[in-house]
Ligand binder design. Structure first.
Ligand SMILES: Cc1ncc(C[n+]2csc(CCO)c2C)c(N)n1
Length: 222
């Protein structure tokens, strides 16, 4: 007993690294990612974010304390006020109108990932839901930090994806990520080995669905 978040990543190290260091991520860092791949990712990510906002609403429903309710409320606000803003501004720069985004057909990778998270939270408890959300919340912060350590990463105007990296390396995002890690570490400290195995499965599934989401962007898959 006495688990922590790092035990989850250690238990599925190869999937976790494949997600963080995906070719899509490398392309974002080097600024070499094809615009069409990023555009497809961005369009699908809009739909993804709408469902993730629902997942935070589910977290509110599953909360048993005022502190957990407030945390769910903050998560929902972060998606609606921060994440979606970056989207809408990128999309505006690239000539994609918001009405166009809302009318998009949902790709299978988007469907699979978002509905998986909602299902993990519906059948499980608040910890299942947070573990299903963790590859998203913690993963993107780790990706920004990993990119900044790579010599191949280009920052500033020379990289059309610089704002993407800037968002996830920002103090605001990194402190939200640390708060999530603290919450997970506190809850994981109390679980039994059998429960930890269950949570590992959820974490691994969600991580693999993040990998599929990157791949969907590269393949322009529908
Ligand atoms: C496929 C995909 N995975 C993760 C994120 C990042 N993200 C989405 S919501 C959220 C938490 C609160 O802002 C974070 C970090 C994304 N945009 N798209």
């Amino acid at each position: 007993m006495g688990y922590r978040f790092s035990d989850l990543t250690a238990a599925c190290q190869s999937d976790w690294r494949a997600y963080l260091e995906h070719d899509f991520v490398r392309g974002l860092g080097a600024g070499t990612l094809e615009e069409g791949a990023f555009r497809h990712y961005l369009e699908q990510d809009y739909l993804f974010l709408l469902h993730f906002a629902r997942a935070y609403a589910l977290a509110a429903y599953k909360s048993r304390t005022l502190a957990d309710l407030r945390q769910a409320h903050e998560g929902l606000k972060a998606i609606l006020d921060v994440e979606l803003d970056l989207h809408v501004s990128y999309c505006r720069d690239w000539g994609i109108a918001e009405e166009q985004l809302a009318a998009l057909p949902e790709a299978r990778a988007t469907l699979a990932y978002t509905r998986y998270v909602l299902d993990a939270g519906s059948r499980g408890d608040l910890l299942d839901l947070h573990v299903a959300l963790a590859p998203c919340v913690v993963g993107y912060g780790e990706i920004a930090n990993w990119l900044n350590e790579q010599p191949s990463t280009v920052r500033g105007e020379a990289n059309p994806y610089d704002a993407w990296i800037a968002m996830y390396e920002s103090d605001e995002f990194q402190s939200a990520m640390r708060a999530e890690l603290e919450w997970l570490d506190a809850r994981l400290a109390e679980v039994s080995p059998a429960r930890f195995e269950e949570l590992c499965r959820v974490f691994r599934d969600a991580t693999r669905l993040e990998i599929d989401f990157w791949q969907m962007g590269l393949d322009r898959a529908d």
